[in-house]
Design a protein around this ligand. Structure first.
Ligand code: SF4
Ligand code: SF4
Length: 475
């Protein structure tokens, strides 16, 4: 085989001009599109009063304080396990939906699908439906074509800017950033991010479209592992539709070969050829075909959501299983249980966490110092995080079989003020008097107590830390 005959890894793109379609899946897609876009664009503008010293934006990834705010929930960098838990839940949710109903995520809620749908809506609004767009595509670049194309690109660009703009609003106070952006005083990274997201939205939604799903996204390849013969996907009842041909033709099946299902497909595929990697399970071909079946007076659902097991049953003349039997089966119940388990664990962790977070790191190089009078001193580095919205005093005490003296670096007493929503690094010294039990014993157990002063506003403010005093006798 010569090089020119070798199969190519990439086929140049054939433009797709999806026709407008009406039906329940199209309506569902409109609602999901409106909902997801509204959530994305409007969320940064929702205000949430957290009191003084804290941002009043309901959803905010605050880069300056390295915290994530989500309505009444506040996640600190040390609590990254919450984010990890949410990602695990998102992954399990995808597994669940894919094993129950195939690529419904791709067909209905994936950002690539939602924005492409929006861009096609604009395209149809300016250039007309499928036939008009095909004509315009083939037409030479005259005034009309330039006018329509420039108008379409301008609206696409505006959507791209709004998309990039909405993204940066999640990372700082939205009203302030909007003012700064228009005044030209926002950080360069904000302008850079908006420009990048504008460009990617414009190219992915306007030009690349289905190419992203087919060539760039790994999900179609991974999903096969989560699907089985009971998973609902889009199927064509070939045993009913074939041989396709003119309505009323002798021996013809129900498919009148009108191509409506192909013409509405945003991926440009013919589902009658069987399940394909490119199919995003959007259901538009079902709407198109049902519209035709209604017109020609044939039973609906020549194309529908169905599982392989249904196909086998129907071919044998038996009715398909109910949808619920496909959705509730051991595999999906397992995914639901895992998903709910992680969710419950996160909620419990959320309610059990404390407003004061302390970490204690013993300084072990050296493990101890012997003072001039023979006393033994150990050093601890403390990190105190005050997650309250107000400054707070904390006090230190110790429990130990030995008599130990505590002292704080830079403080005359055992109190320290931690500013609101801040982390304070503090050094603590623990000293055992000469010839005392602590100075004479190799390891002395020590429990440090760090308490909120008024003890009422900070529930569970006290902490116990077990540590060991080294006197170096057995070093
Ligand atoms: S074949 Fe049908 S379900 Fe699959 S992408 Fe095309 S229109 Fe959507
Ligand atoms: S829309 Fe239905 S009838 Fe028309 S070509 Fe597709 S499967 Fe056949």
């Amino acid at each position: 085989m010569s090089i020119s005959e070798e199969p190519r890894l990439y086929a140049s793109r054939e433009p797709i001009f999806p026709r407008r379609v009406f039906g329940r899946f199209r309506t569902l897609k409109w609602w999901i599109m409106a909902g997801t876009l509204a959530i994305y664009y409007l969320t940064p503008w929702i205000r949430w009063d957290r009191g003084p010293n804290l941002p009043d934006q309901a959803v905010l990834v605050d880069i300056s304080t390295r915290r994530f705010f989500f309505f009444m929930i506040e996640i600190w960098p040390q609590e990254f396990y919450f984010v990890a838990g949410l990602l695990i839940m998102a992954g399990l949710g995808l597994f669940l939906f894919t094993s129950a109903a195939g690529r419904v995520w791709c067909g209905y809620a994936c950002p690539q699908t939602v924005w492409t749908d929006l861009y096609i809506l604009v395209e149809r609004w300016i250039e007309g439906d499928r036939n008009a767009r095909i004509r315009l595509h083939r037409q030479k670049w005259d005034l009309e074509k330039w006018r329509k194309r420039l108008a379409k690109w301008a609206v696409w660009l505006l959507i791209g800017v709004a998309t990039g703009g909405a993204w940066v609003f999640y990372f700082t106070d939205a009203p302030t950033l909007l003012r700064d952006l228009f005044a030209g005083t926002a950080a360069p990274v904000a302008y850079g991010t908006i420009a990048t997201l504008t460009a990617t939205t414009f190219v992915f939604g306007g030009f690349a479209r289905e190419q992203i799903c087919i060539y760039a996204c790994p999900w179609p390849r991974i999903q096969a592992a989560m699907m089985d013969e009971d998973t609902l996907t889009i199927g064509y009842r070939g045993w009913r539709g074939e041989p396709r041909g003119k309505l009323g033709g002798a021996g013809n099946g129900d498919c009148i070969d009108c191509m409506a299902c192909v013409n509405v497909c945003p991926m440009g595929i013919d589902i009658r050829d069987g399940q394909q990697l490119a199919c995003i399970t959007c259901g538009l071909c079902i709407d198109a075909c049902n519209g035709i079946m209604e017109k020609v007076g044939k039973p609906l659902n020549l194309i529908s959501y169905m599982a392989l097991t249904d196909e086998t049953r129907e071919r044998a003349g038996r009715p398909p299983k109910s949808v619920w039997k496909h959705i509730f089966r051991p595999r999906t119940i397992l995914y639901t249980t895992l998903w709910a388990g992680v969710g419950v664990a996160l909620v419990v962790a959320l309610f059990l966490r404390h407003n004061l977070d302390v970490s204690v790191t013993p300084v072990r190089n050296p493990t101890h110092v012997v003072l001039a009078d023979g006393a033994i001193r150990n050093t601890y580095n403390l990190r105190l995080r005050n997650k309250h919205g107000e400054d707070r005093w904390f006090t230190f005490s110790a429990n130990s079989p030995a008599t130990l003296v505590l002292s704080l670096e830079g403080s005359n007493d055992l109190r320290v003020l931690v500013p609101a929503n801040e982390t304070l690094e503090q050094r603590l010294y623990v000293t055992a008097a000469p010839d005392s039990l602590g100075a004479m014993t190799a390891h002395t157990p020590l429990r440090l107590w760090i308490s909120d002063e008024d003890g009422i506003k900070v529930p569970r403010a006290e902490r116990v830390y077990a540590n060991t005093i080294f006197n170096g006798k057995d070093d």
